[in-house]
Ligand binder design. Structure first.
Ligand code: GDP
Length: 467
């Protein structure tokens, strides 16, 4: 029996909740459940029940009662996977979940691989590949913005449009190939003007989507922030203060905790991720030992650089340090914010003097703070929020977050570029057809109309079990 014909099972919820859900999908779902599930107070045959029905009963192993459960029945093709499926809601004990899974396996089910439910949904035509990939993003989304993009993509997002344009290109490719079959005869089935128009349309879309990737990437993975500056300027105090403030904000919302997301804060629905904070956490002089090279690497990895200096420092020194970073980042899409720290610990005249002497032409990239007393933090948060103004993208904007899509779109754009110039220069049709086919191939890779086992394997192995 091939794996596709097997009935798979897995826990669909993570441990720790009051209720756990176990998922079963495949042709024998009902028969297998029948052997271990006993409705309370009546007899019924699961297979004969209508879809979307919930049945109350017990899971038993012989005479031993394992748990009191609810069984949700889904009939093919009206289920997540498109197959006959059952979801068992049991009590959230890892012992119970393991016992039920054991019983399912003893009675003929096999353990699902990561992402196998979603892979089956894809193979059964319930969703295309980019939608299936969005499911993983949706499960992983930790901020409002990431959630919105994943949801858009799961609902079909750009793949429906790509699929439509792809079939138009396919029609043209076939027409051109037909012309080639006529060999020497000078016939043209494919209207060149129409062809050029559609190609430009597809190329524009591919470019637009590819361009959205850097934004998408930032939204999905967070904006990398580096905190740099000389030892004792207050970098770790600043980091801890920002993280603690975040925890305080979030822990006001009942039932939430941000402890699981290390070293990041959320401003306006976007995540800012402090990179390489190990050195900052350690109180020994790791900072010196890591040296300049490490700091430079950190700056190059970040989108935002927070340079922390002390109010007791001379303006010349601060300018010099800021300048050297600015030199490093010119030409890159990076922002520098200079934070002059410890303003609680100085004479107000000192601050005025500094303010005058530090390059004031640099918009609002200079902030005076006290990491110890959280002074100036509101301004810092506002400044960080402003960095990604594009972050306030429209609800309808399609943004790609997936490097696989990004690469495929670049290939599409490159091949179409060659088709356009080929048409201009009237190069032989057979060469144009090759580039056209290539673009069609890469478009198909995005939606899954073209797949290889390697592509599928790579995508689904990153899913969690039970999804
Ligand atoms: P780092 O080496 O840059 O990480 O600096 P630390 O965060 O370890 O801070 C060095 C010293 O400066 C510590 O004694 C902090 O308590 C102190 N410090 C940090 N921020 C402030 C501040 O805003 N005001 C004052 N007065 N002291 C601070």
């Amino acid at each position: 029996m091939s794996r596709k014909e097997e009935t798979i099972c897995a826990p669909a919820t993570s441990s720790g909740g009051a209720i756990s859900v176990i998922r079963i999908s495949g042709p024998d779902s009902f028969d297998i459940c029948e052997k271990i599930f006993f409705p309370i107070g009546r007899t019924l045959i699961l297979k004969e029940q209508a879809g979307y029905k919930v049945v109350h009963g017990e899971i038993r192993n012989g005479k031993e009662v394992v748990d009191d459960v609810l069984l949700n029945i889904y009939k093919a093709p009206h289920s997540y996977t498109g197959e006959d499926s059952v979801e068992i809601s049991c009590h959230g004990s890892s012992y119970i979940v393991t016992r039920i899974l054991e019983l399912l396996i003893v009675n003929g089910a096999i353990s699902a691989l990561p992402g196998e439910f979603t892979q089956r949904a894809f193979l059964n035509g319930k969703m295309d590949l980019s939608q299936a990939e969005a499911v993983a993003d949706l499960v992983a989304s930790g901020t409002k913005a990431a959630h919105r993009i994943a949801l858009n993509q799961m609902r079909g997002g750009f793949s429906a449009e790509i699929s439509k344009l792809r079939s138009e290109l396919l029609r043209f490719a076939s027409l051109i190939e037909l012309e080639l079959d006529f060999g020497e005869e000078d016939v043209q089935f494919a209207d060149r003007k129409e062809l050029t128009e559609i190609i430009k349309k597809v190329k524009n879309l591919a470019d637009k989507l590819a361009n959205s990737f850097s934004l998408g990437n930032v939204i999905r993975n967070g904006i990398p922030v580096a905190i740099v500056g000389k030892p004792n300027s207050g970098k770790s105090t600043l980091l801890n203060a920002m993280l603690n403030e975040e925890r305080a904000i979030v822990s006001d919302i009942p039932g939430t905790t941000r402890d699981s997301i290390e070293d990041s804060i959320v401003i306006n629905g976007l995540e800012y991720r402090f990179i390489d904070t190990a050195g900052l956490r350690d109180t020994s002089d790791i900072i010196e030992s890591l040296g300049i090279r490490k700091t430079n690497e950190k700056i190059m990895e970040a989108s935002v650089i927070l340079l922390v200096d002390e109010i007791s420092e001379t303006p010349e020194m601060i300018n010099q340090r800021a300048d050297s970073i600015r030199k490093m980042i010119t030409g890159f899409d990076k922002r520098l914010i200079v934070l002059v720290n410890k303003i609680d610990d100085c004479d107000p005249s000192l601050m005025d003097n500094l303010k005058r002497k530090i390059w004031l032409d640099i918009d609002d990239s200079l902030l005076f703070i006290s990491a110890r007393y959280l002074t100036g933090f509101e301004k810092l948060r506002a400044r960080l929020a402003k960095i990604l103004e594009k972050g306030n993208f429209n609800q309808e904007d399609v943004i790609i977050t997936n490097v696989r899509h990004f690469e495929a779109l670049n290939h599409v754009s490159g091949s179409l570029e060659r088709v356009i110039s080929g048409l201009d220069e009237r190069i032989p049709e057979d060469l144009i057809a090759i580039d056209l086919r290539q673009a069609i191939h890469f478009l198909g890779e995005i939606t899954g109309e073209i797949t290889t086992d390697e592509i599928l394997g790579n995508i689904f192995k990153n899913f969690c079990i039970g999804k």
